[in-house]
Every structure is written in C-alpha cells, then in structure tokens.
Design a protein around this ligand. Structure first.
Ligand SMILES: [Zn+2]
Length: 132
C-alpha cells in the first residue's frame, strides 16, 4: 500500500496508527476483535488496548465511524460518506448499500420532524436481515 495516501486527519503519524488504518482499509467494515486480529497479524507488538484507544481516537476525529447494531459487537467503518448498512441477523456480517435516494428521503423526513428532547447530529440507517 502507498503510505503517502494515508491521511491521519492532522493526527501525528505513528507506525501503530498507520498499521491500524491499513487494517481498516483492507477490512472495510469490521468488529473490534477482527480489527485486532488483522493488526496483530503484521504487528504483533501492538496491544489490543492501543488498538482500541486508536479506534476511539479515529472515531473522534471522524476518520471512521462506529456502527451500532443491536448485537454485542461494535463495527467500525472506514467509508466516510453517509450510506446505508445491511447487517445480518446474527451480527457477523455487514455490507454497504449505496442508495443516495433512500438516505436522502430518511434525512429529509427526519429533518422536518423535531424530536422533543433530542438533537439529531446525523442519520445512520441500518437494515437487519439475511444475506442470500
Ligand atoms: Zn459502511
């Protein structure tokens, strides 16, 4: 991979951060345990705690997003633009659905409806189902 293309959003570039970003780029969407496994394949010296903290930092810097599912796994996603997620019922598989129209319809609908006591920052659509 061409390391010049790696952007760390103004964060200090460290070998750990680059390794974690590379793992995310090759995985696309992945739960934390899978990211840890992938990073440690090539960089066994990077601890799970460092990986976990770095993922949190990447989320704060809006370089990646955390995708909520109702399972007990947290998925991280490197695709930045708003898009829809398809998640298997057992929460082991996740894919993107690029449907700008659907995303737009949902965002426009929600923008018109104030939710008392809640200020919406962004919309994340997750569809739960079965991959065939
Ligand atoms: Zn995605």
């Amino acid at each position: 991979m061409d390391r010049k293309n790696i952007s760390l959003a103004g964060m200090k570039v460290t070998p750990q951060r680059v390794a974690i970003l590379e793992a995310l780029q090759s995985l696309g969407h992945a739960p934390t345990d899978e990211i840890i496994r992938k990073v440690q394949e090539l960089s066994p010296y990077i601890s799970p705690a460092t990986i976990y903290n770095t993922l949190e930092k990447f989320v704060q810097e809006k370089m990646i997003s955390r995708i909520p599912t109702d399972g007990n796994k947290t998925f991280f996603d490197i695709t930045e633009h708003p898009h829809i997620h398809l998640v298997s019922e057992d929460h082991t598989k996740m894919a993107d659905l690029e449907d700008d129209k659907l995303q737009q319809v949902v965002e426009e609908y929600l923008a018109k409806i104030p939710i008392p006591g809640f200020k919406m920052n962004r919309v994340q659509v997750v569809l739960i189902g079965r991959f065939e």
